[in-house]
Design a protein around this ligand. Structure first.
Ligand code: NAP
Length: 283
């Protein structure tokens, strides 16, 4: 059994199957958590966003770690207030200055904001920022199938990844399948339902975890790995960070995978009811 996993994206680049989420990892404690994740626990993919107000901490961790910059995959996201083409280009540059790096390995549009109606323009900005050398891999986040099809139709460029809400109470299966059909790698955000739902204590998952002598969090990460969905759990705890990567020495059966799929509650299962056609962030 291989002890890690990588995915090849549609632009030819490669990404680890598991990355580190960083919401709330900020300030000096955040920097320490991120450095520990990289150096002691082996994380290479780090997910941040202008909206998390921690690009500074991620940048500081990049400077402090002994792991070379080129081994890290730094991902950030364009906020809703910067969907205008010129603003998007400028914001990407500002974001790079905040991090103290000169290119993003991966950069996503954070939310489509369809009521504002500018996500095609924002996508064009990412396409051009990639040509300018500011970004290596371009993708989106929280895009529904109709949004994906629109940007592909209007620009001819398919995003490499789409980061979407996915955890056992909201498995977003149709959108996961649509992404795959379009050649887009789905990424699961809030895989443990943040601190909001009780998925880490769920009885079905607990029983599966006991059987494999693993933590419930590891079962959820493994469920994503076996479904070929990139996953970015967040943890400030060195032990949890380690656990969340340590999922390559066991395999869930089809029955177990199906039992986790069956925990889906549909729309009411979303952690904060953030439907991508309604949710708006204009940070
Ligand atoms: N694109 C988007 O719109 C979007 C939206 C939300 C999130 N995200 C991304 O997705 C990442 C992950 O989502 P999230 O931060 O919302 O939450 P999450 O990863 O679902 O859950 C984080 C919580 O789980 C706990 N935890 C982590 N590993 C654990 C383990 N092995 N055992 C027990 N508890 C564990 C953490 O506590 P400890 O710190 O104590 O371990 C923390 O309280 C974010 O950080 C962000 O990068 C993106």
């Amino acid at each position: 059994m291989t002890m890690d996993k990588n995915y090849q994206l549609n632009d030819g680049s490669s990404t680890p199957a598991i990355g580190l989420g960083t919401i709330d990892l900020k300030g000096a404690k955040g920097v320490n958590s991120i450095v520990t994740a990289i150096e002691e626990n082996g994380y290479r993919l780090i997910d941040t966003s202008t909206n998390y107000n921690n690009e500074g901490a991620v940048g500081e961790a990049i400077r402090r770690t002994i792991v070379p910059r080129e081994e890290l995959i730094i991902n950030s996201k364009l906020p809703g207030a910067a969907h205008d083409y010129d603003q998007a280009i400028q914001l990407i540059q500002e974001s790079l200055y905040r991090l103290g790096i000169d290119y993003f390995d991966k950069y996503l549009i954070h939310w489509p904001l369809p009521k504002q109606g500018k996500y095609v323009e924002a996508w064009q900005a990412l396409i051009d920022a990639q040509k300018f050398g500011l970004i290596k891999t371009i993708g989106v986040s929280n895009f529904l199938t109709e949004h994906l099809e629109k940007i592909i139709d209007e620009t001819g460029v398919t995003p490499a990844t789409n980061q979407i809400e996915r955890h056992p109470y909201f498995n977003n299966k149709e959108l996961v399948e649509d992404n795959k059909r379009l050649g887009i790698m789905p990424e699961a955000w809030s895989p443990f339902g943040r601190e909001i739902n009780d998925v880490l204590e769920n009885e079905t998952i607990r029983k599966i975890a006991e059987k494999h002598d693993k933590a419930t969090a590891q079962i959820i990460v493994r469920w994503n790995v076996q479904n070929d969905v990139l996953v970015i759990p967040r943890s400030s705890s060195p032990l949890h960070q380690k656990q969340n990567l340590d999922v390559f020495d066991f395999e869930l059966t089809d029955e177990e995978l199906n039992a986790i799929d069956d925990l889906d509650k549909g729309e009411p299962g979303r952690v904060e009811g953030q439907h991508p056609n309604e949710y708006e962030e204009f940070v």
